[in-house]
Structures are given as C-alpha cells and as structure tokens.
Ligand binder design. Sequence first.
Ligand code: HQG
Length: 181
Amino acid sequence: MSPEYLKSLSKFLSLILRHKPEVIGIKLDENGWADVDALIEGAMDKNKEMDLPILEAIVASDEKQRYTFNEDKSKIRANQGHSVKVDLELEPVKPPKILYHGTTERFVQSIMLKGIEPRSRNHVHLSEDVETATEVGDRRGDTMIFKVFSGAMFRDGYHFYQSANGVWLTDLVPNKYLDML
Ligand code: HQG
C-alpha cells in the first residue's frame, strides 16, 4: 500500500473520528472512541480498503500521530481536532510561558477583536514552536502567527491541556493575551 493511499485513508479516518462518524453509520462514545470492527465494516461498505493491519499502519505512520488504539485494539479514537463533542479526559497541565497560533491574514482583525475562538472544534489549537504554527497557518496561505501569553493565562486561571500527540489545547484565548509575532 503506497504512502499516498495510506494518507488518503488517514484523511478519511479524520472525517469519521473527528467530525462525521455517521458517514459510515457508526457512533463515537462520550470519550471519542469508535468500535474498531464497526469502523472497518462501515469503511468497507464505503469501498475503502480497510482491515486491522491497515488501521495499524495508519496509526503508526500518520505524520501527526492523530490516532490512538485502546489497549486491546478493539477501539480507536482521534487524539484531537474534533468538532463532534467528546470528552478526551485530558488533565489540565501547566503550559509553557509562550505558545503560538498559526492562522491566515484574513482572520487577524477578527482575532484581535474577539480573541482566538475554537470555531467548529472543541478547543483552540496552539503550537509549542513557531515552525509548527507556521505549518498550521500554511494550510490556508498568507500565514500569520500570534504569540499567546499562555503563562499569564495559566496564572489567571485558564486551563490548558496537551493532547496525546502534543498539541496544546485551551477553550479560548482572550485578545489581551495575544501579540503578533
Ligand atoms: C480561526 C490541523 C476569525 C483560527 C492543524 C483558524 C491544527 C478565527 C480557524 C488543527 C477566530 C479555525 C487546528 C476569530 C479563531 N475570528 N477567525 N475570532 N478565532 N479563528 O482548522 O487552529 O491536520 O478549526 O485562527 O495542524 O487552523 O487536522 O483550527 O484559522 O493542529 O490534524 O479559525 O488542525 O491539524 O480553523 O487547526 P481550525 P486550526 P490536523
């Protein structure tokens, strides 16, 4: 199976495990887990090549480590990025003093006004380094990077979480904790 095909299956898995499980007639439980057998069956019904070894290959090869199996590999979930409401049971942790958010030029004015909002997702996504934030912004072009004063937010009582694949998450970044890089 080519790396390109695995990547296209990973995109499909993102759609199912973060946004629209109903596309293959499955449900996620409250913690975001999908039943592996049901997922394989549903994906095959949609003419996707899918079995446990293929799922294992996606989980292992995904460049952002987007997915995790439970211990006996009977369940799988996305590590972050959901628009479906799920509780990932993440513990609040102390963030670095500064985090970064990559976005696009046309959103800057609105972000300056309203802060960084989660929009369709469960959380605002923040990066630990400028390089990663740049990659996030580059998905849309005209990349702009915000510096987030996460240390000050934490002192002021805001909660931060780190997903299993290292993305920093919070509910909202008010504009007073922001600066352009
Ligand atoms: C913007 C990808 C106007 C925000 C990435 C972003 C990331 C506002 C967009 C992950 C706003 C939402 C998440 C405001 C926020 N006014 N625009 N007040 N507040 N925005 O895709 O952070 O490949 O939901 O700047 O690498 O771009 O999917 O969030 O541009 O880690 O695993 O609204 O998705 O990872 O877009 O990306 P998104 P994001 P995956």
